[in-house]
Design a binder for this molecule. Structure first.
Ligand code: IVH
Length: 719
């Protein structure tokens, strides 16, 4: 490839990635799979590595900085970043509206009502179209320069492109493809400042807190604190993994608002590729606004992020200017805050759950209480330290709170309700032994969580199998929860008539059918016992066995994910499967090598190295291999696969062990080759698995290249 061709390829890849970023991060409507996306990014990084002088700051590979920052610099905002006054009732809102009318000297005002996102406000500054600065609000006058972190927000474009065919978010709760006109008219020279709310999606918030609880770190009280804590992290690699997102709502050109209305501002932002919250409404009266607030008070539960209210803004920019601001907040905007979703209830007991990786988690068992539309009877207490921090005792009345889709939390003890009830209160004591297997629990150095380290503990196996069999992992559909429960406990031996065999007076127990993942692949040798399980019969047993057999051929990434290594989610598994050819390569990589992989941080790297460092885990991998599981990377992405086998004719014969013949055919054809059934002089290669038969003999006679399975894989992997 000449440099010129490389430049063209780079430009087109960047365009493509930007488009897919927008589809995924702005519209949540991806057109390609994560895997395909990763392949595009990989192709781009490879090209850029070859031609480093072609790297530009707005390339999608440049989102995450290489080195952590030492500190954040102070940055003076060109225009003060104001806060908002709050209202808590519709009455307050109507009064505010009267003040607006009076202040503006008009009879009526149009408002824009939009969701108030529970995050932290940031300012993104573009110079001549390029994102050059990202700053926190700070005290409104000075913020912190968090450019490195702001760049990790994938929904925030790294450059504003004038002629980008963007889809605009048009509001009124609907997304429509826009006729790109506004985007063409954008003048991006000079300084463009976009402000918005950076936030963490609710599921990310929950996951972060779960991780922190496990590590014994103090928990974030709400998504806003978590988002703000994340934004202030010095290591942008950590930030990138946390998946901050951002809804934009303010726009300045060289420090000035240039549109006529706020509604136009939002349209402009949408058509320039920024993410604008689609749930907004142009309101002709304050009663319209109130209707919007009422509507979203219940609908907000269904959102993937937290909103704590509605922001109401005067639509006309001219009127905004007329109304002005106090030193703290504008007079032309106000927040309407939803009441906190809190309730008081009795803490009846504290039980202990054992998680998939053995962590003991105390759970509050509550007197059932109605909270945000659902009855709550349990809440997480996270860890022993959290209980100490709260000073909570069994029998206390506690305040619980729910945010979004999140499991309710115990916020605090209602001390006043202890009076006269002291004798009913009990201290919680963390068990010294695992409530599931009875092994002694340990508190590992540097961790607050107590953990059951018994690898064969049933609680871990149960969750582990569930993950292993899940759709994103090995996809063994017949292996549901109820069945897993039966597979991992000892079952009574039954005779031919189905009667339980007794030893003395007790049932004779057989060892559990499954004690680790590899045992699944040996179930076929214990079919009789399988059939004897509840709700099982010959037919369902055979179906299950067939599915288990089929799962042997899953691609490497599914296996990596299915192992349930701490911090290795689906995406990380994909990254790893892209960087390592096989489970052996991954298993033998050092923490340093792992951390050297693009987008793998030190914490993940250490966790992977730790996992493979455990003898019993290495043994598990060996057992999986012995069971005939595919442990190598198989699939390459179509678009990034070169036509390396153009015009070549293949014949496949015998049984291939790592991939099915169907898959092999697809892979050969993806590279421009053809697969035929009979061997002729035109055949270029014959790939022979086990028990090849007469075709191989014929190929030998004709002097055709013979490939064994490894050689075929190698040929397919060639670039
Ligand atoms: S407008 C001068 N719009 O709420 C205008 N703010 O409590 C100021 N916020 O500091 C901001 N969603 O961090 C605006 N749709 C939205 C918002 C929003 C969340 C935050 C913002 C602000 C805080 C005030």
């Amino acid at each position: 490839m000449t440099k010129k061709e490389a430049q063209q390829e780079i430009t087109s890849l960047r365009k493509l990635i930007r488009r897919h970023d927008e589809r995924y991060y702005v519209y949540s409507d991806p057109e390609i799979s994560d895997y395909e996306y990763d392949q595009l990014l990989k192709s781009l990084s490879q090209l850029e590595a070859k031609y480093p002088d072609l790297i530009t700051p707005d390339s999608p590979t440049q989102r995450v900085a290489g080195r952590p920052a030492d500190e954040f610099l102070r940055y003076q905002h060109r225009r003060q970043m104001l806060s908002l006054d709050n209202t808590y009732s519709y009455e307050d809102l109507r009064e505010w509206h009267q003040r607006v009318l009076k202040g503006a000297g008009v009879g009526n005002v149009d408002y824009v009502a939009e969701l108030k996102i529970d995050g932290l406000s940031i300012s993104a500054i573009y110079e001549n179209g390029l994102l050059t600065k990202g700053v926190t609000r700070g005290d409104g006058v000075f913020g912190e320069d968090v450019t490195q972190n702001v760049r990790t927000i994938r929904s925030l474009p790294l450059s504003i492109i004038k002629d980008q065919p963007a889809a605009a978010v048009r509001g009124n709760d609907e997304i429509v493809e826009n006729e790109t006109k506004a985007a063409h008219e954008i003048e991006v020279r000079g300084e463009v400042e976009v402000r918005g709310e950076a936030f963490l999606p609710s599921d990310v918030f929950v996951r972060i807190n779960e991780d922190r609880a496990e590590q014994g770190l103090p928990l974030f009280a709400n998504p806003r604190n978590a988002a703000s804590g994340t934004m202030k992290s010095l290591d942008s690699k950590v930030v990138a993994r946390r998946k901050l997102d951002c809804f934009c709502y303010e726009l300045f050109f060289d420090g000035k608002k240039k549109t006529n209305t706020h509604w136009e501002t939002l349209d402009w932002l949408g058509s320039a590729g920024f993410k604008v919250n689609p749930h907004r409404r142009l309101c002709r009266s304050i009663e319209d606004v109130i209707e919007f607030c009422a509507e979203w008070e219940s609908k907000r539960d269904g959102l993937a992020y937290e909103t704590d209210g509605v922001v109401i803004k005067v639509n006309s920019i001219a009127l905004q200017a007329e109304l002005g601001a106090t030193s703290k907040a504008p007079r032309w905007a106000v927040a309407y805050k939803y009441p906190a979703r809190q309730a008081t209830t009795l803490l009846r007991d504290i039980t202990v759950q054992v998680g998939r990786i053995g962590t003991l988690t105390p759970v509050a068992e509550l007197e059932p209480v109605l909270l945000a539309g659902t009855t709550v009877s349990r809440a997480s207490l996270h860890n022993e330290d959290q209980i100490k921090r709260l000073g909570v005792r069994i029998g206390d009345y506690v305040l619980i709170e729910k945010s979004g889709e999140i499991i309710p939390q115990v916020v605090r003890v209602i001390e006043s309700r202890r009076e006269g009830r002291e004798s009913e209160l009990r201290d919680f004591v963390m068990p010294t032994h695992c409530p599931v297997c009875g092994e002694e629990v340990r508190r590992l150095p540097g961790e607050v969580a107590w953990r059951c380290v018994n690898a064969t503990c049933r609680s871990k196996l149960e969750g582990g199998l569930r993950l292993f069999a899940s759709r994103t992992a090995m996809r063994i559909e017949g292996l549901g929860e109820a069945l897993i429960e039966q597979l991992i406990v000892a079952q009574p031996k039954k005779d031919k008539r189905g009667e339980v065999v007794l030893q003395d007076t007790r049932p004779l127990l057989l060892p559990p059918l499954v004690q680790d993942f590899a045992d699944l692949y040996r179930l076929k040798d214990r079919r009789d016992e399988l059939i004897n399980l509840e709700r099982m019969g010959p037919k369902s047993a055979d179906n299950l066995l067939a599915q288990i057999e089929e799962s042997r051929n899953r691609d490497l990434l599914h296996l990596i994910y299915g192992l349930g290594i701490r911090h290795v989610g689906e995406r990380t598994a994909q990254i790893l499967a892209g960087a390592f050819e096989s489970i052996d390569e991954l298993m033998n990589a050092s923490a340093e090598q792992l951390a050297g992989v693009f987008e793998i941080g030190e914490v993940i790297a250490a966790s992977i190295a730790d996992w493979f460092g455990e003898l019993r885990n290495r043994e598990l991998i060996e057992r999986l291999k012995a069971a005939g599981l595919n442990t190598r990377r198989q699939f390459q992405h179509r678009e990034t696969t070169g036509r390396t086998l153009d015009g070549k004719q293949f014949v496949l014969t015998g049984k291939l062990s790592t991939l099915s013949r169907e898959d092999a055919k697809v892979m050969i054809e993806a590279r421009g080759g053809r697969v035929t059934s009979s061997v002729t002089k035109k055949t270029d290669y014959i790939a022979a698995g086990d028990d090849p038969g007469s075709k191989l003999d014929r190929a030998r006679e004709l002097g055709i290249n013979i490939l064994n399975e490894d050689e075929l894989m190698e040929l397919l992997a060639r670039k």
